[in-house]
Design a protein around this ligand. Structure first.
Ligand code: ANZ
Length: 823
């Protein structure tokens, strides 16, 4: 056994990184069906010119800890890496500097690779893919063609969100509070011919299958809200000219989630784009005024239109009326921009007594208000409020109470009698149940250069045709200008058009829009598994054996879009018979934002940016890795703290020196019971992706060892092994100094001795509102997060907290009590 000398990580870190790479220690193994595997995936980084940031390091190291742990556990592991390398920043940089996006992208990737390697992560670089490389985007184009052939890619003229500054259309998701996600300019609406993917066809499955995956609950909720599944009823209203004896029949459909209020529907509103106006052009007396309003609406963004706080403007359509099917009464029809064409039926029945927006609208336009739901119980209401509701002077929007003034529904109690309401509506022929979704089809065309060309050609009459699969990839030409003109830069490429005319004949043109980069990033996790395959985007065998991913680390900002699109593609591939699973990412966790030492978001403006590579140079990669894992729970926002970081460095130096106390055989109950506890703790932590508490445990144990006269060799070896996933370099170096065979990273995970842990389990009382309702048994000193997780699994507790398992607050007394305060 060699004695350690001075602690100097730079002496051995690079050395080991090189050796591991040469020895292909992290090569993606062959995987047979049914073998235990672990697919560790870090979300497709955009290779920015600035190099990696501390957030990249956080996620990549978390993926690495899990990958290394499961390798030792005997699973077959793959940890790939690739680049989301098409996109606006490289193009904007090209506009500024004239450097071709291809060149600055490859340069940025080279830097990324060098920096990621310096973190000592166990990536297999053979899996590397880059969205901008033809051998990758060939398959992006191929996927487009498959969607096209199956009627899931289509072109239509549509009002799109247009950023006047980036000069491009934006997906709804890229518009944040009415502004462009990238440059903060106000987004306007503009009609354009655009390509769409019909993701709405998968709405139901995208919504339901969320039950199958292990994701943070808040992410699932956001995803569900985005899809916006809403169960309701479609109701038919007849439109007539007022007081007409006979009429031409026209039925106006509405979507409502409150069919129980139909007797209180005293007006109707259609979206400005609704075709009713065209149908009744001749009967409408104030058509000019209506047309003016329609024009004005075009200038407004959806957000402005649906802002709850703004005045609800609208105009009555004079010359026509609607018939409420329940009351038989004639009611006025309005046009108003708060109703959107794209949701439900693009028209609503207005029930002012029970809907806030309708109430405001009715007040403004002097419309009759009829209360049809009696709250019955006063609850939190004052006497005055209670009276006002009953007389229709105050809105009551809760779905709770008794139906009144409602003939066929009178006396029904809500929500219990909901079904009776719908049965009557169906029987009477007024309408039927329906489901609506908030989200729309995915707009994928971009008027940009640095993206994947859309594999479509147009004949001289302008009709689109898919290109032949054997002609893929349609390469992105190099002869273009990057000036934003509002038209796609590819319009100006001579080579692009010449190649189309040569192939198809005079007058044929290529599609000049490129694809949204979200298309590139929706399928990369397939390609990692089979980068050399030039026959298929991935072999079915590889995809079925390796996927879904077992740990996906991704920033919380990608929750909605990227995940939704990837899930859509996966379901499509399943339907096409390429794969046999329907969800791409089984377990997913987010890395929380790391803020600068001053508590602000890291930014050049504040001069508080920590560059992870500087830290590696200062302290070594192991310190950076361990520090970032130690900062706090992965998913939470954390403030960078230099003192804690240097504390982690000192901890590693202590470990380095401790090895000198190792002796062949030391009989110590303390060491024995401790190492077993540590092994079990790390196992539990890695399963739950709770790395910060693992490191706390290592530190505790090192303090115990510091007080021991000598350390037992086998205890010490196990300690190094369990720490190896977190600090792969120092553990490898010490392992070698012990005289052991290379490599520590190929050692099996040690088994812990259950007997040594027996006094470690304790019972914790679980209370609801301070009353004892159950107990759970957990490890001594278990953290709050884990105790909550265990308690929520308890059937009795679930009964008290309801299906959603929500609560307002949890009060935790370590080793004793967890008290939930329900909502
Ligand atoms: C009558 C009613 C009475 C409504 C009442 C609510 C309360 P969610 O839950 O989001 O699905 N609505 C329907 N289509 C609309 C559109 N195109 N633009 C704007 N609003 C629309 O909301 C469904 C409710 O949103 C529907 O139920 C409808 O108003 C409105 F006491 O119908 B309700």
């Amino acid at each position: 056994m060699k004695k350690t000398k001075g602690f100097n990580p730079s002496e051995y870190e690079r050395k080991w990184q090189k050796k591991w790479e040469e020895d292909k220690l992290y090569k993606m193994p062959d995987l047979k069906k049914g073998e235990k595997k672990f697919y560790s995936l870090y979300s497709f980084p955009y290779p920015s010119g600035a190099g990696i940031h501390v957030g990249h390091a956080e996620g990549m190291v978390a993926n690495d800890v899990a990958a290394r742990f499961f390798r030792m556990k005997g699973r077959k592991v793959v940890y790939p890496m690739g680049w989301d390398s098409f996109g606006l920043p490289a193009e904007n940089y090209a506009i500024k500097t004239g450097v071709h996006p291809h060149d600055n992208t490859e340069e940025a990737i080279a830097t990324f690779i060098k920096q990621i390697k310096a973190l000592g992560v166990s990536v297999d670089w053979k899996t590397e893919v880059g969205a901008h490389r033809p051998d990758y985007y060939k398959w992006t184009q191929w996927i487009f063609l498959q969607l096209y052939k199956n009627g899931l890619a289509y072109k239509k003229s549509a009002p799109v969100n247009w950023c006047p500054s980036c000069q491009t259309a934006l997906a709804n998701e890229q518009v944040i509070e009415g502004k462009c996600e990238r440059c903060d300019t106000d987004v306007i609406q503009k009609d354009m011919d655009q390509w769409f993917f019909k993701i709405t066809e998968y709405a139901d499955r995208l919504s339901k299958d969320l039950d199958e995956v292990d994701w943070p609950e808040s992410t699932k909720i956001q995803q569900r809200n985005w899809i916006g599944r809403s169960e309701g009823t479609k109701i038919r209203f007849e439109i007539r000219k007022p007081k007409a004896e006979t009429s031409q029949k026209y039925e106006l459909m509405v979507f409502t989630t409150r069919p129980d209020t139909i007797y209180g529907a005293t007006f109707m509103v259609i979206a400005p784009e609704h075709d009713l106006v065209k149908k009744f052009k001749k009967s409408i007396e104030n058509i000019n005024e209506i047309n003016e309003y329609i024009e004005k609406t075009k200038k407004k963004s959806e957000l402005e239109r649906t802002d709850l706080n703004k005045d609800k403007s609208g105009i009555e359509i004079k010359g026509i009326v609607a018939i409420n099917p329940a009351t038989g009464e004639e009611i006025p029809v309005f046009i108003a921009d708060y109703v959107l064409l794209t949701y439900g039926e693009g028209a609503i029945m207005g029930v002012p007594a029970h809907d806030d927006r309708d109430f405001d609208f009715a007040k403004r336009y002097n419309i009759k208000i009829v209360a049809v739901i009696d709250p019955i119980k006063k609850g939190d209401l004052s006497d005055k409020e209670f009276k006002e509701i009953k007389s229709g002077k105050r809105v009551y929007s809760e779905f709770k109470g008794k139906c009144i003034n409602s003939e066929k529904f009178d006396g029904f109690e809500l929500p219990n009698d909901k079904k009776k309401v719908i049965d009557i509506i169906k029987k009477a022929g007024w309408g039927k149940e329906a489901v609506s979704y908030k989200f729309r089809d995915w707009l994928v065309s971009r008027q940009r250069y640095w993206g994947c060309p859309i594999p479509i050609v147009y004949d001289p009459d302008g009709n689109p045709h898919p290109v032949d699969e054997k002609d893929l990839p349609i390469e992105l030409p190099k002869d273009v200008d990057f000036k934003p003109t509002g038209e796609s830069p590819l319009v100006y490429s001579k080579e692009f058009h010449r190649s189309a005319e040569e192939k198809y004949g005079k007058g044929w043109k290529r599609e000049v829009d490129t694809m949204d980069t979200f298309v590139d990033s929706s399928w990369y996790y397939f390609r990692h598994l089979d980068t050399g395959n030039d026959k298929e985007f991935v072999s079915s065998g590889k995809a079925n054996n390796w996927l879904p991913t077992d740990l996906y680390m991704i920033g919380a900002e990608h929750i909605v879009l990227h995940l939704l699109y990837s899930r859509f593609f996966t379901k499509f591939f399943q339907d096409q018979g390429y794969i046999n699973f329907s969800e791409p990412f089984y377990k997913m966790r987010h890395m929380g934002l790391i803020q600068g030492p001053d508590g602000r978001k890291m930014s050049k403006r504040w001069g508080n940016v920590i560059n992870p590579i500087d830290e590696v140079e200062k302290y070594g990669a192991d310190t950076l890795r361990m520090y970032e894992m130690f900062m706090g729970p992965l998913s939470e926002a954390k403030v960078w703290n230099d003192k804690t970081e240097s504390g982690v460095y000192r901890f590693l130096r202590k470990i380095w020196k401790l090895q000198d106390k190792v002796e062949e055989k030391v009989d110590s109950d303390t060491q024995y019971s401790w190492i077993n506890r540590v092994i079990k703790k790390i196992e539990d932590d890695v399963e739950r992706v709770n790395f910060n508490t693992s490191i706390a445990k290592f530190m505790e144990f090192s303090n115990i060892l510091l007080n021991e006269k000598s350390i037992d060799r086998s205890v010490w070896e196990n300690f190094l092994i369990v720490m190896a996933s977190f600090a792969p370099h120092i553990t490898e170096e010490l392992w070698e100094k012990l005289g052991n065979d290379y490599s520590i990273h190929q050692q099996p995970w040690p088994k812990y001795d259950k007997k040594a842990l027996e006094d470690d389990e304790i019972e914790i009382a679980i209370q609801i509102n301070g009353k004892l309702r159950s107990t759970v048994s957990v490890k001594k000193d278990e953290i709050e997060e884990v105790v909550i997780e265990e308690a929520l699994k308890d059937k009795k507790i679930q009964r008290y907290l309801g299906k959603k398992k929500t609560y307002r607050k949890a009060i935790f007394v370590p080793n004793r009590i967890l008290n939930f305060i329900p909502e």
